[in-house]
Design a binder for this molecule. Structure first.
Ligand SMILES: NC(=O)c1ccc[n+]([C@@H]2O[C@H](COP(=O)([O-])OP(=O)(O)OC[C@H]3O[C@@H](n4cnc5c(N)ncnc54)[C@H](OP(=O)(O)O)[C@@H]3O)[C@@H](O)[C@H]2O)c1
Length: 343
C-alpha cells in the first residue's frame, strides 16, 4: 500500500442527487456534469478492493447518471463511472484472494472514471489472459444484460424484437440470438446498419425511418409472431410495434434512448390480449438470480469474448484529462464504445 500515491486524477461529479429533467443520454457539454480534479485516493474497506484502472467504458447509464436521471442518486465530488477493468493493488479484510489480479469490476462508491476505483470483491470478475482490456472494461453491464434478456426471450418462442440494435448490447443480442437458433428482428435508425446487423445474426432488420416501416413491422409480427420486445428506445414507434405484436406479447423496456415518450393507443390489448408492459434492470436481475446461475453466466460471457463470438467495438479512447473537453464529440462517433484510460 505504501507505494501507492496519496492522490489521483478523477472525473468527479458536479451535482448531488437527482435532477428533475428527462433528457436522455445526450451530452452537449460534459463540463456541466463533470470536472477533472486531483483528489485523495480511496482506501478499500472490508470486502472491497482497490483497482488501478486500465480502461473504463462510457455507457448510456453513466450519462443518465451524471445528469441525475438514473435510478441512483449522484454524490457530488465523487468520481463517476460504473464499469471498468484494472489491476487489484490493495484489498480490505476478506478480499485478499483478489490481490494482483486483473479484474472486470463495477465501481462501488468511488467510480471507475479515475486512476483508482473501489469495487466490492464479490462482484469482481478475474479476467482470463485471452480477454483484452477493452472487452474486460465492457464485460459486465451489457454482456450480462444480453444473456439475461435473450434468456427471457427464448422462453416465449423463436422470434423476438429488439430496438437500438446497433448499440453494443443490441449487437451482442443479435449474435447470441442467432447462436441459440432464435430469430432476432432488429430495429435500427441507419440504413447502412442493415447488412452489418444481418451478418451479425439479425434475422430481419427494420429501419425506423423507412416510409414502409409500420407495414413491414406489422407483416413480420404476423408471420414470425414475436412475443417479446426488448426495447431501449421507448418512444411512439416502440408503442406502434408493441401494438402490432400478437396476443401475450411482452414489451420489456430496459433503456430510454428515445427523446419522445410513447402514448398508449391500444389499452384494450392489455385487457383482452393479455399483453404486458414491464421493465428490466440488471441490478434487480442480480438481486433475484442465484449466485451459481450468475457464475454460470459470467463464465459463458468470458468464453464468448475469448473465442471471438463477441467483441467490444471501440469508437474512441480518451485519457482521463481529455474527457471533459472531448466526450461530447467522441460520443458522436457511431458504432462503438468510448473508452477512458488513465493519463
Ligand atoms: N436496464 C439495464 O439493466 C440495462 C443494462 C445495460 C444497458 N442498458 C441500456 O441499453 C441501451 C444500450 O446500451 P449500450 O451500452 O449498448 O449503448 P451504446 O453501445 O452506447 O449504443 C447506443 C446506440 O443506440 C442508438 N440510439 C441512440 N439513440 C437512439 C434513439 N433515439 N433511437 C434509436 N436508437 C438510438 C445509437 O446508434 P445509431 O446511431 O446507430 O442509431 C447509439 O449508438 C441503453 O439504453 C442502456 O441504458 C440497460
Amino acid at each position: 500500500m505504501s507505494a501507492l500515491p496519496e492522490t489521483m486524477l478523477a472525473l468527479v461529479q458536479r451535482h448531488d442527487g437527482y435532477s428533475d429533467t428527462a433528457t436522455g443520454p445526450a451530452i452537449e457539454d460534459a463540463a456541466q456534469w463533470l470536472e477533472a480534479r486531483e483528489i485523495a485516493r480511496p482506501e478499500p474497506g472490508p470486502g472491497q478492493v482497490l483497482v488501478r484502472l486500465r480502461m473504463a467504458s462510457v455507457n448510456p447509464s453513466d450519462l443518465h447518471f451524471i445528469k441525475g436521471e438514473y435510478g441512483q442518486p449522484r454524490v457530488k465530488d465523487q468520481p463517476a463511472g460504473f464499469e471498468g477493468c484494472g489491476d487489484v493493488v490493495a484489498t480490505g479484510d476478506g478480499a485478499e484472494a483478489l490481490m494482483n489480479q486483473r479484474v472486470a469490476f463495477v465501481a462501488a462508491g468511488a467510480g471507475a472514471w479515475a486512476e483508482y476505483a473501489l469495487a466490492d470483491a464479490r462482484t469482481c470478475i478475474p479476467l482470463r489472459p485471452d480477454i483484452s482490456d477493452a472487452d474486460g472494461a465492457a464485460q459486465i453491464v451489457n454482456p450480462m444484460t444480453a444473456m439475461a434478456m435473450v434468456d427471457i426471450a427464448r422462453q416465449s418462442g423463436e422470434a423476438f424484437v429488439l430496438s437500438a440494435a446497433t448499440s453494443q448490447l443490441g449487437k451482442l443480442m443479435c449474435s447470441l440470438g442467432r447462436d441459440l437458433e432464435l430469430k432476432p428482428i432488429a430495429m435500427v435508425r441507419r440504413e447502412e446498419a442493415v447488412e452489418p446487423l444481418r451478418a451479425l445474426g439479425a434475422h430481419e432488420v427494420l429501419v425506423t425511418g423507412d416510409a414502409q416501416f409500420s407495414r413491414k413491422a406489422a407483416d413480420l409480427c404476423g408471420s414470425l409472431k414475436p412475443r417479446v420486445f426488448l426495447d431501449a428506445v421507448a418512444d411512439p414507434i416502440s408503442e406502434q410495434v408493441f401494438a402490432a405484436m400478437p396476443s401475450g406479447a411482452r414489451w420489456i423496456i430496459y433503456g430510454k434512448l428515445g427523446a419522445e415518450n410513447p402514448e398508449l393507443t391500444q389499452t384494450g390489448q392489455l385487457i383482452f390480449m393479455g399483453k404486458r408492459i414491464e421493465g428490466f434492470w440488471l441490478t434487480r436481475w442480480m438481486m433475484d438470480t442465484a449466485p451459481e446461475e450468475q457464475m454460470r453466466v459470467v463464465g459463458e460471457v468470458q468464453a464468448r469474448f475469448a473465442d471471438g463470438r463477441w467483441r467490444t467495438d471501440v469508437s474512441d479512447t480518451l485519457p482521463l484529462r481529455d474527457v471533459v473537453a472531448k466526450l461530447s464529440e467522441s460520443l458522436k462517433k457511431p458504432d462503438g464504445k468510448v473508452m477512458i484510460v488513465p493519463g
